[in-house]
Design a binder for this molecule. Structure first.
Ligand code: GLN
Length: 369
């Protein structure tokens, strides 16, 4: 159990209980928006639900089915983009794939016509370009390099591509083939379509656990160094590019809503995973296979929204709302009520905050003592 280094036993237990309650609560609700499972057979796994967090100091907590393995799918786009940047540099990469939110579904046949490049690397078209420019003599070498990097991000040296899933995705690739051939006709893709698709779909087919996903997210939050193994997974200089594009484009055509409501750089995949990185703080992994209309995990989104609200994790939240960084020695608070329309922050009216049932004074840094 994480946070033991910074929390008293009672607080650590209480923190864990709150996470378990959060997961249980979300398990009971939040399915109304589920419109699909990917693939449809994944409906048999609809009750799987996992939440993991890894702090940049390496401590980790896990709740639910954190050892269940699932494919990265679109979350792999983060690692493919990072390697494309590493191999080609910022300028050359940006000349091939932009960083503008597209507002379109992940698999849409839409491009930045003016600049003749896909909108961003977090949608399929952009990820196919990233796969095109990852270095390596052939498919095997390029996939091998991607896999090697993913092993560094997650700290699992045994991470593998699921060959059966890859074969199934290759056999059902009309949409991605269409996007690829169209892009190639416009000069946006240079390599052989079959090879690019094999690299892209191999990355999509890498199997991870939610706990590993949280470590990969923490690696990004930790400047590209895996906080548990202390190994570097990507150059520090591109961390901001990757996290930046996750923030603006990581949740497909729901990216703006996500940035507003949750406010944490994140990337989702159609297998139901979400990886979220709060720079210099924590990496989160969430998994639940039921998807909303955008292809984002319904429960995953809800868990992140509740975590963000409850613990002030929105990266633009006032520091007084942000509890996670100061979790040590403090209990986890109830979220602040929203002020009445026209009123100022309700905290300013609280002359004194009463101790809670454990005798600890809830942490509100800017409240009067
Ligand atoms: N392999 C899937 C595809 O390319 C991944 C998409 C996703 O996770 N959104 O269609």
């Amino acid at each position: 159990m994480a946070w033991d280094e910074t929390l008293t036993e009672q607080e650590a237990r209480r923190a864990r209980e709150q996470l378990e309650q959060l997961l249980e609560r979300q398990a009971r609700m939040g399915t109304a928006d589920v419109v699909t499972y990917h693939p449809p057979e994944a409906i048999s796994q609809r009750d799987l639900f996992a939440l993991a967090g890894t702090h940049v100091d390496g401590t980790q907590w896990t709740v639910g089915d954190c050892d269940h393995r699932f494919p990265l799918q679109s979350i792999s786009k983060v690692f493919t983009y990072a390697l494309a940047l590493e191999d080609n540099g910022r300028e050359a990469t940006l000349s091939r794939v932009g960083v503008e939110p597209s507002g379109d579904p992940f698999n849409s046949l839409a491009f930045d016509e003016v600049n003749r490049r896909p909108h961003n690397p977090m949608v399929n078209a952009g990820a196919l370009v990233a796969a095109d420019i990852v270095g390596g003599a052939d498919v095997e070498e390029r996939v091998g390099r991607l896999l090697e990097r993913m092993r560094l991000y997650t700290g699992n040296p045994d991470l593998e591509v699921d060959q059966e899933l890859l074969d199934a995705q290759l056999a059902d690739a009309d949409r991605n083939l269409g996007i690829s051939y169209y892009m190639r006709s416009l000069g946006m893709l240079v390599g052989e379509v079959a090879e690019i698709l094999a690299v892209y779909l191999s990355a999509c087919s890498v199997m991870v656990t939610t706990a590993e996903l949280s470590v990969a997210a923490a690696t990004l939050a930790h400047g590209g160094i895996n906080p548990r193994t202390e190994e570097r997974a990507m150059p520090r200089t591109y961390v901001r590019d990757v996290i930046g594009v996750m923030f603006t484009c990581g949740m497909y055509d729901a990216a703006g809503q996500w940035a507003n409501d949750v406010g944490i750089p994140a990337k989702s995949g159609v297998s139901g995973g979400i990886m979220a990185s709060i720079p210099n703080q924590v990496g989160l992994g969430v998994f639940s296979p039921g998807l909303d209309v955008h292809g984002n995990s319904v429960r995953g989104v809800n868990v992140c929204r509740e975590l963000s609200d409850r613990f002030g994790l929105h990266i633009f939240a006032d520091p007084g709302e942000t509890q996670l960084g100061r979790l040590g020695g403090r209990v986890w608070p109830e979220p602040e009520p929203e002020p009445e329309p026209g009123a100022l922050d309700p905290r300013e009216e609280d002359e004194e905050r009463a101790p809670d049932d454990d005798g600890a004074v809830p942490a509100v840094v800017d409240a009067p003592a």
